[in-house]
Design a protein around this ligand. Structure first.
Ligand code: QV4
Ligand code: CA
Length: 515
């Protein structure tokens, strides 16, 4: 009885230190994925932009040693083909990585690593020292001496398909024990392999990482992951509370229709909710008769995973270029007007732990719906090294770095989410079509017009009376407003008018944008 009560107590107290918690500082609420950025640039960005603008954390590209591919030339995806767990990568050296984590943590911005632990490089990866740290390996002989892994550490014997690859996603044994697109599949049932993976993750935790995106989690057995996670250290107490566990968000693509579901991984950590961007994209594109008014019960009401298990995003590094899953409805920076609406909705809505994508531009070449240039890596010099992220005088980025997170509308909605944190979803209104509005208690209110006609309506906002600055068309600067001014009457009502042809057909006000 006593023991039982203690266990229950431990479970309750443990909630805040559990692997679902991002451990954000100072009331911050969102993660930004700085895809393919160099460590030095991320350190600078934490100090000069992310901390001052209230970003809670950054997801980085895989920090471990990876294959270097000559054909196609230095594709971004070479980083999803590990050679070992040394910490030199296309983004920089181990010293630069450590320096970055320290500098980000010192300004209260958490760092999450993308960890690739399901596999090593592709079976066709050859042999030699063609890797980011120059370690010898042989994909042909399944030999990775820098770990070391040998042919005993892979799943080949367990996979029953003729090709050795996953051929049928309806067969859970293939999905977990065969090769994902030819990538050499690690035997996570082996204690030796589990130990190597736990050592790698612990090295990152000790450096000061706050958690992990676990790549290809669908392709690993939940029981094996459980053992690896159970061996993880708690976070570095230089920056985090004693006993804090790393945030874990697992890449499980579950759009329905497969026997493996995201729910199998809920006990282990959060999961990436891929239905979120696919469905929201369909609504905002107004495909299949979908309308924004249907979003009144967005979240679990749309069969999304429970909010406290969800890591949500409009697009990710795969589905913005046709990899992975999500399909044509996914909205990206290429459709910037719709993208701002989608991100604005995501950041205003209380559901899920939100991640903003930050991309680079590449030469798209779409033939029959497929991008022939989906492999192109980050902006680079001719020797294949990544260009620094340059910053223009107007604070946007140059050299083909898109920096969505620096777009005024997106950055200001990241701040909006912090200001309304913990407030309930309230005062929903819709016109039965694509004009919708909602509040977050008495701390914030948003209105969207995604119809082909003007919006003109008086709404109950739940906000205290006064004049507020719209943070989409501009923002509050000192005591003035560079955008639209919105007057809330003493009873909380506002008359909104939003033309359908405005650059950004939505408006957002919050407690800190009051003039
Ligand atoms: C090729 C052939 C195979 C052949 C193999 C032989 O296509 O049929 O067996 O050679 O060696 C690249 C190439 C791919 C190539 C493979 C191995 O694109 O053609 O196979 O390398 O050489 C990224 C890219 C992949 C890339 C991979 C490794 O998206 O294209 O493969 O990196 O470089 C599913 C999963 C999900 C996954 C998603 C893409 O459930 O987990 O597919 N998403 C994650 C990452 C993603 C990454 C991986 C998983 C793998 O988000 O970026 O794949 O780590 O939905
Ligand atoms: Ca596997």
């Amino acid at each position: 009885m006593m023991r039982m009560q203690l266990l229950v107590l431990a479970a309750i107290l443990g909630l805040s230190s559990a692997q679902y918690d991002p451990h954000f500082k100072n009331g911050r609420t969102s993660i930004v994925h700085l895809f393919e950025w160099r460590w030095e640039d991320i350190a600078l960005e934490c100090e000069r932009y992310l901390a001052p603008n209230g970003f809670g954390g950054v997801q980085i590209s895989p920090p471990n040693e990876h294959i270097v591919l000559d054909y196609p030339w230095r594709p971004w995806y070479q980083r999803y083909q590990p050679i070992g767990y040394n910490l030199c990568s296309r983004s920089g050296t181990e010293a630069e990585l450590i320096n970055m984590v320290e500098r980000c943590n010192n300004v209260g911005v958490n760092v999450y690593a993308d960890v690739v632990i399901n596999h090593m490089c592709g079976a066709g990866g050859g042999e030699g020292r063609h890797s980011s740290c120059g370690s010898y390996f042989s994909a042909t002989r399944l030999d990775f001496p820098t770990v070391p892994y040998s042919n005993l550490d892979f799943n080949d014997g367990k996979c029953s398909t003729g090709s050795g690859n996953i051929e049928n996603y309806q067969d859970i044994y293939q999905v977990r024990d065969c090769r994902l697109v030819g990538l050499l599949d690690l035997a996570l049932e082996k204690d030796y392999v589990r130990g190597k993976l736990a050592d790698y993750l612990n090295k990152l935790i000790d450096i000061g990482f706050a958690g992990f995106r676990v790549d290809a989690s669908k392709h690993m057995w939940p029981g094996d992951l459980d053992v690896v996670y159970s061996r993880l250290n708690t976070l570095n107490t230089r920056w985090f509370q004693g006993g804090a566990k790393p945030l874990i968000f697992q890449e499980v693509i579950d759009l329905g229709g497969e026997p493996i579901t995201a729910s199998e991984y809920f006990g282990l950590g959060r999961v990436t909710e891929f239905k979120y961007g696919a469905k929201l994209g369909t609504v905002i594109r107004r495909w299949n008769g979908e309308k924004m008014s249907y979003l009144s019960n967005w979240g679990e009401g749309w069969a999304l995973v429970p909010s406290d298990r969800a890591l949500v995003f409009v697009d990710n590094h795969d589905n913005q270029r046709g990899h992975g899953a999500g399909g044509a409805s996914i909205i990206t920076f290429w459709d910037s007007r719709l993208y701002k609406i989608a991100i604005g909705f995501m950041l205003a809505h209380p559901y899920g732990l939100t991640r903003v994508m930050s991309s680079y531009r590449w030469n798209r070449n779409i033939v029959n719906g497929a991008d022939q240039n989906d492999w192109i890596g980050p902006p680079s010099y001719s020797d294949g090294t990544t260009k620094p992220v340059s910053i223009n005088p107007d604070t946007t980025c140059g050299d083909d770095w898109v920096c969505e997170h620096r777009w005024r509308q997106i950055r200001n909605m990241v701040i909006f989410r912090n200001v309304v944190n913990g407030q309930p979803f309230s005062n929903w209104w819709d016109n039965g079509n694509n004009q919708v509005a909602f509040g977050r208690g008495n701390r914030g209110f948003v209105v969207f017009n995604n119809d082909d006609w003007n919006l003109d309506v008086t709404l109950d906002t739940g906000m205290p009376g006064g004049t507020y600055c719209d943070v989409i068309s501009g923002q509050k600067e000192g005591n003035s407003c560079t955008g639209k001014q919105i007057t809330v009457s003493s009873d909380g009502k506002v008359h909104f008018s939003i033309s359908n042809v405005e650059e950004d057909p939505f408006v957002a006000i919050h407690a800190d944008s009051k003039l």
